[in-house]
Design a binder for this molecule. Structure first.
Ligand code: ANZ
Ligand code: ZN
Length: 748
């Protein structure tokens, strides 16, 4: 078959994207053998379009998915939308456009951008968390938690703007003021729903040891949970009251000189400063060890919600206590710490061992509209009652006023409370008007992907067993809370017997975080800096394959990398070279050139190993070497076929085009098998290179095929060869001629 001269990426890419969609090429097998579940952190479809930084992870998982399919695995590679959230609601407040409408318009744009990048998602698995068919199960899982005693309501402070009369998320509070109207924000106590994640604190730590995650991400999880082993020690005050302190250093009890207790007002007022502020209470307590009188101070640096909310002040061994002691002229005693004191305190009954956590229960109530309603009903006589399962979903009403009115927007709906009765006594009752944190949606969406159309269950245990856990999860490593919450949900569902016990207690076996892509100005790519590069700017001009290759070639997957347009242009030239190799080297069925064949098998080995390690940049580098080696030669069909396959995960369109149109195959390259390498061939990889001086053979070098490609290296080695060196001593080298892999000739 005759191919065109110049590679026209525009028509080639459009053609194959259409064919793949028509043929449902990436459909997930229904009865998987050897499954692999490859998952991206699903995006929030924001008003800003996707940029090349977002695509990095998606291309990375796409390369992996395509590779694994060719290796014969059944792959689940789905995509969906984290569609609920505050920005769409704020946009509605500004413009009056309903969040449902703006969100779905954004989804369309995102989906087009993903499709134009040649990503092999199975779109029949698409999830939208704002769809009632999805959030009914989010509500169902909330009720599961409630029934297990893991969801409860209690008063908790929220950020409150007294002018707008609305609850603010932390990120809406700028320097203590409302981001909208600049009014100082106050703390207001509201009844709020919590999930008891603290009950899983220990398992959330211990589970980390069995999973393949970046160490820094594991450490973030551990720090967030903040497990501390210590003691609670009791100090008697003069008025007979007992003050309990939590300490990790009972061995320093012999140097304690004061007690510091938390104070809500001081804490709130000075929580953003480092300075120590105290107020003497006028009271004293007694150190049980030595009878010393310890003044009791209220301070800002003791957190009310942590430990017992009181500490023993040990200036000599604790910096904060030292600052406090210096500022207020308190005693400083420095006895040697004594590890025997742990035992003594317990024996004497002054205190007991205690473990505490920095992790707090998860506050999921939002006094907001664009989220799943909390499925609870309040009855004056029966209290809080769960909505019966058959009545799910509790749908978000449409007739709401988004403008702040001091209540949850849903409370303004005229229909939401109509005909609501208490599920227990049948009397008229009221629905909860709060919605759930959108982190709840993303805590279980990865399970739904196994069975996204199920209308009877959140997912069948059969499908869960078939596809979970997630084998490779790719997305920002900074998402500490998402990862913690999702692991928590998995464990709760697991404990409820809804996940087959042969599955592990962890949902994400391997995690990889792509490094930031910096804008051309070396700042993190972001709308805020105006340095965003979108796929829409790159793909029409250079093609999706060029973009994909470039993004995977920029550097190691997990480190920060600067964007460069000249890099894109360079990759574009490589794509043309690649095309030319196929276009001019076609149709020759002779046995391959020996050297090229060795290099091919070395390349197969290297690319295979590199892809599995996410070392995409070095995989592409070795493909470039191979292309250089066969450029301008009549390459055999075997070499060209294998090269096409190796390139297929990275440049799926070009690979398909040459596979079908030039190499004459009838089925898609993406359904063929990955090339195997001949281990014996690679062993016999040494080439004999003759060293000549002025055309006379003087010595010989043995080099592997890869090293023999590098002229400078060969020259250096040849010069240092003992026999050859004799002929070069004191001679001026005028010229070096190198015939790759064969002869190096020094003209002196
Ligand atoms: C005496 C002492 C001596 C302490 C010493 C530390 C060093 P982590 O590791 O974070 O658990 N602490 C206890 N409750 C506190 C609270 N509500 N707010 C602020 N600080 C609190 O730290 C536990 C240590 O932090 C405890 O051990 C206590 O000070 C302090 F050389 O007790 B320590
Ligand atoms: Zn009732």
């Amino acid at each position: 078959m005759k191919a065109t001269q110049k590679y026209d990426h525009g028509s080639v890419e459009a053609k194959w994207q259409k064919v793949w969609a028509q043929k449902d090429l990436y459909k997930t097998p229904s009865s998987p053998k050897n499954k692999k579940y490859i998952l991206d952190m699903f995006p929030y479809p924001s008003g800003a379009t996707m940029h090349v930084g977002h695509l990095e992870g998606y291309i990375g998982t796409d390369v992996m998915s395509r590779y694994l399919r060719m290796k014969g695995y059944s792959v689940l590679h789905p995509m969906g939308w984290d569609a609920f959230g505050l920005p769409a609601e704020n946009y509605a407040i500004k413009t009056g456009i309903h969040p449902d409408k703006s969100t779905h318009e954004n989804i369309k744009i995102f989906k087009r951008q993903l499709a134009s990048s040649g990503l092999s998602y199975d779109w029949s698995k698409e999830i939208d968390t704002s769809d009632p068919d999805f959030y009914r199960w989010t509500q169902w899982l909330f009720l599961l938690m409630y029934k297990k005693g893991l969801a409860y309501k209690k008063k908790a402070p929220v950020n409150w703007c007294p002018k707008d009369e609305t609850v603010l998320a932390n990120e809406q509070v700028i320097d203590g003021k409302c981001e909208r109207c600049d009014t100082p924000v106050i703390q207001k106590e509201l009844d709020q729903w919590f999930l008891k994640i603290t009950a899983y604190a220990d398992r959330l730590i211990s589970g980390l040891k069995d999973i393949d995650w970046p160490e820094d991400v594991k450490l973030q999880q551990i720090n967030w949970i903040g497990k501390s082993k210590g003691m609670i020690i009791m100090f008697k005050a003069e008025d007979g009251k007992v003050i309990e302190v939590f300490t990790t250093r009972p061995d320093t009890l012999n140097s304690a000189t004061f007690l510091a207790v938390s104070d809500n007002d001081l804490y709130e007022k000075y929580k953003d400063t480092d300075k120590k502020v105290g107020k003497f209470t006028g009271k004293y307590a007694v150190n049980p060890l030595d009878g010393r009188k310890l003044p009791i101070w209220k301070t800002n640096y003791v957190a009310p919600g942590y430990g017992t909310g009181a500490v023993m002040g040990v200036p000599s061994y604790d910096e904060r206590d030292m600052e406090m002691a210096k500022k207020y002229d308190l005693d400083i005693v420095s006895n040697k710490p004594d590890m025997k004191l742990w035992e003594l305190v317990e024996k004497k009954g002054w205190g007991k061992k205690h473990t505490t956590y920095h992790l707090r229960d998860w506050l999921i109530s939002r006094q907001r509209y664009w989220g799943p309603p909390v499925p609870m009903i309040y009855c004056k006589d029966c209290g809080w009652q769960p909505v019966p399962e058959k009545d799910l979903p509790v749908k978000l009403p449409v007739d709401v006023d988004f403008l702040p009115h001091g209540v949850s927007p849903i409370a303004t709906s005229k229909t939401f409370q109509k005909g609501v009765i208490c599920p227990k006594c049948g009397k008229s009752a009221k629905r909860e008007v709060d919605t759930m944190d959108t982190y709840v949606d993303s805590s279980w969406y990865f399970i739904r992907f196994a069975d996204p159309k199920n209308s009877k269950e959140f997912a069948s245990s059969k499908c869960i067993k078939q596809w979970l856990p997630v084998d490779i999860y790719v997305g920002g490593g900074h998402v500490v809370q998402h990862l913690l919450f999702a692991r928590f949900f998995w464990k709760v569902i697991y404990d409820a017997g809804l996940i087959d016990k042969s599955l592990p207690d962890e949902p994400f076996l391997k995690l990889r975080a792509p490094g930031w892509i910096l804008g051309p100005d070396s700042r993190k790519m972001s709308k805020r800096w105006g340095n965003v590069v979108t796929p829409d700017q790159i793909i029409p001009k250079f093609g999706a394959d060029t973009l994909r290759l470039y993004e995977m070639f920029m550097g190691p997957f997990d480190i920060v990398k600067p964007w460069s347009i000249s890099g894109i242009e360079g990759m574009h030239r490589f794509v043309s070279r690649l095309w030319n190799v196929f276009n001019t080297g076609q149709g020759n069925k002779n046995t391959p050139d020996k050297e090229v064949n060795i290099l091919l098998h070395q390349t197969i080995q290297k690319v295979t190993q590199d892809i599995e390690k996410f070392h995409y940049n070095t995989a592409i580098a070795s493909l470039m070497e191979l292309v250089n080696a066969i450029k301008g030669k009549k390459a055999s069909l075997e070499v060209l076929s294998s090269l096409a396959k190796l390139i297929a995960p990275f440049a799926p369109h070009l690979a398909e085009e040459v596979w079908v149109e030039i190499l004459g195959n009838k089925t898609s390259i993406h359904t063929t098998s990955w090339p195997a390498f001949d281990a014996d061939l690679i062993k016999k990889k040494y080439l004999d290179i003759v060293i000549q001086v002025n055309g006379k053979v003087r010595s010989q070098l043995q080099l592997d095929a890869l090293a023999s490609k590098n002229k400078e290296e060969v020259e250096k080695l040849a010069k240092s060869d003992e026999k050859a060196a004799k002929w070069l001593i004191d001679k001026k080298i005028k010229k070096v001629i190198y015939i790759t892999g064969k002869v190096i000739n020094f003209v002196v």
